[in-house]
Design a protein around this ligand. Sequence first.
Ligand SMILES: [Zn+2]
Length: 101
Amino acid sequence: MKIHKDDTVLIISGKDRGRKSKVLETFPKESRILAEGINLRKKHQRPKRTGEKGQVVEMPAPIHISNVKLICPKCGKAIRPGYKIEDKKKNRICKKCGQEI
Ligand SMILES: [Zn+2]
């Protein structure tokens, strides 16, 4: 997965296109991520007690990583990260400014 938890991403398709968000969770098996406030789905919550009203809450739904681009924390550009192998460790780097991410 090129996208990690706590990354900042730019949404490049769908109704949230152009928005920036923080990655809350990743699902590597499905190549999907959950991003803060992105792809919100309305969910009806049943009342907890009698007499209370049910609520509609908005919850983010996972989106495919092909719909997002990583934002470099240093240069602030939306990038496709490169990789640098160092001591058998794979580090993500920004191809634009060379920053390790
Ligand atoms: Zn950069």
